[in-house]
Design a protein around this ligand. Structure first.
Ligand SMILES: Nc1ncnc2c1ncn2[C@@H]1O[C@H](COP(=O)(O)OP(=O)(O)OP(=O)(O)O)[C@@H](O)[C@H]1O
Ligand SMILES: [Mg+2]
Length: 214
């Protein structure tokens, strides 16, 4: 089943970033997007995840064009079905890690998975304030928060940027297992070719186009 379908997307800020980009994501599938810094990868992810309106083209989620959806329906889908793990973490800074997870759990009516916290190696720091954690720990708390919601599509921007190779691979294992178990899908931006190769499809954003690499 198709989770996401983007057709003929174009977008410019000061200059044209990309044009006529199309992309599909099916259940159980992962897509990696690579490309040099500034090529527009994060912008594309923002468009696919409903945060930004493209200049032209359309994005459908779960078979429905989002441009035709009313605000309430779109924000419900965003809250319940989409999991966003972005370059800046969007954690509530004044709260502890646990409180951040509890907010996600309450909003989505799901339980916090203790085992997930152990695997992300944040179970020991869960009572500390977010501001007292390292960048990599904050990143893993934000991953735990997103997975606690149990979204159907994960949008992940440079998930392993702050992590050493071993921890990065462990975090990726968690994402891939999550997709398998929940029949979810993932669109991931990464600079790491090795990690990109773990995805089902790899695309490169180059010369304003999205080119299939493998
Ligand atoms: N909100 C914005 N307003 C104006 N320009 C923007 C905005 N967001 C991004 N840009 C510009 O668009 C270009 C692409 O940015 P984007 O963040 O999508 O690149 P990226 O491929 O994700 O880069 P990186 O690998 O460094 O994260 C950059 O030149 C950036 O300055
Ligand atoms: Mg980026």
């Amino acid at each position: 089943m198709n989770l996401l379908s983007a057709k003929n997307l174009s977008h410019s800020f000061d200059y044209e970033l990309f044009s006529d980009i199309s992309l599909d994501l099916n259940k159980g599938e992962s897509v990696a997007i690579i490309g040099i810094s500034g090529s527009g990868k994060s912008t594309l992810l923002h468009i696919l995840s409903t945060l930004l309106k493209p200049d032209s083209g359309e994005v459908s989620l779960f078979g429905e064009d989002i441009s035709g959806m009313n605000k309430k329906r779109l924000s419900r889908i965003k809250r319940d079905e989409l999991g966003l793990v972005f370059q800046s973490h969007y954690l509530f800074k004044g709260f502890s890690s646990l409180e951040n997870l509890e907010i996600a759990a309450i909003l989505s009516k799901q339980d916090i998975d203790e085992n997930l916290l152990k695997r992300l190696k944040i179970d020991k720091v869960i009572h500390q304030k977010v501001t007292e954690l390292s960048g990599g720990q904050q990143q893993r708390v934000s991953i735990a928060r997103v997975l606690t919601k149990q979204p159907r599509i994960l949008f992940v921007d440079e998930p392993t940027g702050n992590l050493d190779k071993v921890t990065a691979n462990e975090v990726m294992d968690i994402f891939f297992e999550y997709i398998d178990r929940n029949e979810a899908g993932m669109v991931m931006v990464t600079h790491d070719e090795e990690i990109a190769h773990r995805c089902n499809n790899i695309y490169k954003l180059i010369d304003k186009k999205l080119v299939k690499v493998s």
